[in-house]
Design a protein around this ligand. Structure first.
Ligand code: NDP
Length: 243
């Protein structure tokens, strides 16, 4: 049997990029997966269709707590429970702190931090023994080799601290929480052939970007029964960005 057979999952921001890779892998490993998207409805539908398993897109904008709470409730209702929450939806705006617009700062704080707290609180009404929370942070929480990443790094540092704090709170319930910190992953937000790629590759040990499928495989492992002893950790998948 597949490692996640019988499990149910919700992934935020699954219509593209890293989130789509996570949805594909969790479904391939046997989980029933719901996932949110804010804009890309057609892409969300193709992600769902491509899994060949159970994958269900939900329109939910992470900027609104009602949407996030409704997505959790709908997932639990549709699948009869919730075992795995993956907080992946995230945005980044980069530049000198005085150049960032207040709207950009608010979007990063709201989507990358606030919505993660909201989703976890809502999911805890459903998660039981063996439950899994996996946050997608960023290697920028540990290393910001270029100027212009300060507020994005702040949000991912917050995810790191939240993960540590909650590990203590959730262990007695048999629930683990971990923070996956990707380095450069080839997505719309950070294309492997984009203008930033040469400088990224310049500070890494490997000579290539990671793929959403590689992050999906890592997340699926953390979601599975063999990872019960891993909690409170920030785990890098970064091609040696921090080596
Ligand atoms: P993309 O921009 O490629 O995809 C973002 C995904 O999040 C889309 O599915 C998008 O949905 C969704 N999303 C964005 N805003 C919202 C919102 N308000 N509500 C709901 N969903 C939303 O990003 P990546 O795949 O590159 O990044 C995914 C995560 O990985 C983020 O948390 C990012 O910080 C993190 N990360 C990425 C790295 C990289 O190099 N790519 C490196 C380190 C961390 P839609 O299109 O429907 O709006």
């Amino acid at each position: 049997t597949r490692p996640l057979e019988g499990k149910t999952a919700l992934v935020t921001g699954g219509s593209r990029g890293v989130g789509a890779g996570i949805v594909a892998r969790l479904a391939a490993d046997g989980a029933k997966v719901a996932f949110t998207y804010a804009q890309a409805r057609e892409q969300a539908e193709s992600v769902a269709a491509a899994t060949g398993g159970v994958a269900h897109p939900i329109h939910a904008d992470s900027r609104h707590e009602q949407d996030v709470e409704a997505a959790v409730a709908q997932t639990a209702e549709r699948f009869g429970g919730l075992d795995i929450l993956v907080n992946n939806a995230g945005v980044g705006s980069f530049g000198p702190i005085t150049d960032l617009k207040i709207d950009e700062i608010d979007a990063m704080l709201t989507i990358n931090v606030r919505s993660v707290v909201i989703a976890i609180r809502a999911a805890l009404a459903h998660l039981g023994e063996g439950g899994r929370i996996i946050n997608i942070g960023s290697i920028n929480a540990d290393r910001t080799p270029f100027p212009g990443q300060s507020v994005y790094a702040l949000t991912k540092g917050a995810v790191q601290s939240l993960t540590r704090g909650l590990a203590r709170e959730l262990a007695p319930r048999g629930i683990t929480i971990n923070n996956v910190q990707p380095g450069p992953i080839d997505t719309d937000a950070n294309p492997a052939d984009g203008p930033l790629a040469p400088s990224m590759l310049g500070v890494m040990a490997t000579d290539r970007y990671g793929t959403a499928a590689e992050v999906g495989a890592f997340v699926s492992y953390l979601a599975g029964p063999e990872a019960a002893y891993i909690t409170g950790s920030s785990l890098n998948i970064d091609g040696g960005f921090t080596a």
